[in-house]
Design a protein around this ligand. Structure first.
Ligand SMILES: NC(=O)c1ccc[n+]([C@@H]2O[C@H](COP(=O)([O-])OP(=O)(O)OC[C@H]3O[C@@H](n4cnc5c(N)ncnc54)[C@H](OP(=O)(O)O)[C@@H]3O)[C@@H](O)[C@H]2O)c1
Length: 327
């Protein structure tokens, strides 16, 4: 089959359209003819050789797909040949064919495009897990979402908005209006403003109940300062480094703070299946009635994968970058 291959770890130029062995479904898996996949920040790290796929996962990039069922493992019962499905993978999405556990495959609603469907799994499952399972977000709390214009950020804003949260985001200025359009109330330009000072000022010095962080070290102390009593900090990425030179640990006691780290890809299949089921149970109707929507920045042919990676690396996207898998 055709697939995007990493010739050598490094630059986006090292991605080429080549040939790879077609996967075959195990007993509980479906074989999918991939019609669309989408980029995630993790793809860039993996392409650079800094984020190896988990044991047993395909070395091909691509954490989500939408397409048609063309093969069925012997224990599968839910889908038939020709059904259109989408879902999360631990790898293998940038390819003509991919396998997915049947329990992780979700049916594509009739009036949706494959581009819309593939823009959902990674960012919405991450956001749902962070807000509902890790932070245990409550109605009408205050929340700070970093990287509000990222794929995950656009899902976090929408899910927080459903709980009537007062939403603060950090994002570059050009993305502020779009963040507000999704439900953010306060947008902070992290390049020119100090988010911690603005949050304290706008909350009467009380702080926010929850912070969702992707920066790690560079934001750690300001995240602690931004949190209210009983606040929860959920750490999902380390874009700003891993070592903090000085931490005032008194914040943990005086404000009774919790810090929760989480990942999605490294979780076992059983966990990912439960998360997918809980998410779809919560979100299916909300997607169908328009309360939630995939936010698509742009759609590219997979022959343009190098340009699409460069575009993400330049922080140009607001929401998801989708790749059409043209046969
Ligand atoms: N732990 C997990 O389970 C999990 C799962 C999925 C993704 N992630 C992580 O979540 C993050 C977002 O992923 P994605 O695919 O949605 O990324 P993405 O669409 O590429 O967005 C990343 C955005 O971060 C913003 N940013 C960069 N530096 C910033 C800073 N100092 N402060 C605030 N915003 C900043 C940039 O937008 P601006 O224009 O605003 O600068 C950039 O566009 C990545 O780090 C990814 O690894 C974690």
């Amino acid at each position: 089959m055709k697939a995007i291959i990493i010739q050598n770890f490094g630059h986006a130029d090292n991605l080429i359209l080549g040939n790879w062995e077609k996967p075959s479904p195990k007993a509980n898996e479906l074989l999918i003819k991939v019609e669309a996949t989408a980029l995630n920040r993790a793809d860039i790290l993996q392409r650079q050789g800094k984020y190896p796929p988990p044991k047993g996962a395909s070395p091909i990039l691509g954490l989500e797909i939408a397409g048609e069922v063309v093969g069925i493992g012997e224990n599968c019962q839910k889908y038939k040949i020709g059904d259109k499905v989408f879902g999360l993978l631990s790898g293998g999405g940038y390819a003509e064919f991919a396998v997915i556990s049947e329990a992780m495959a979700l049916p594509i609603p009739e009036n949706w495009t494959v581009e819309e469907a593939t823009a959902i799994p990674e960012v919405f499952l991450t956001a749902f897990q962070a807000l509902h399972w890790s932070a245990k977000l409550q109605k009408q709390e205050k929340i700070l979402i970093h990287a509000g214009g990222s794929g995950v950020g656009t899902a976090l804003i929408q899910l927080s908005q459903l709980l009537e949260n007062e939403i603060f985001v950090t994002a570059s200025q050009a993305k502020h209006q779009k963040c507000k359009g999704l439900g953010a109330k306060h947008c902070i330009d992290y390049k020119t403003e100090n988010f911690q000072e603005i949050i304290r000022q706008k909350t009467n010095q009380k702080g926010v109940n929850v912070v969702i962080d992707f920066l790690g070290a560079s934001y750690f102390m300001d995240n602690l300062k931004s949190l209210a009593i009983d606040g929860r900090l959920v750490m999902l990425a380390l874009m700003g480094g891993i070592k903090v030179s000085e931490v005032n640990v008194a914040y943990f006691l005086t404000k009774r703070l919790q810090v929760i780290g989480s990942t999605l890809r490294s979780r076992n299949t059983n966990y990912q299946e439960k998360l997918t089921a809980a998410f779809w149970n919560y979100a299916e109707t909300k997607f169908k009635n328009g309360q939630l929507k995939p936010v698509i920045d742009s759609v590219w042919s997979w022959e343009e994968v190098t340009e699409a990676h460069r575009y993400m690396e330049a922080n140009q996207n607001f929401g998801k970058i989708v790749l059409r898998v043209d046969s």
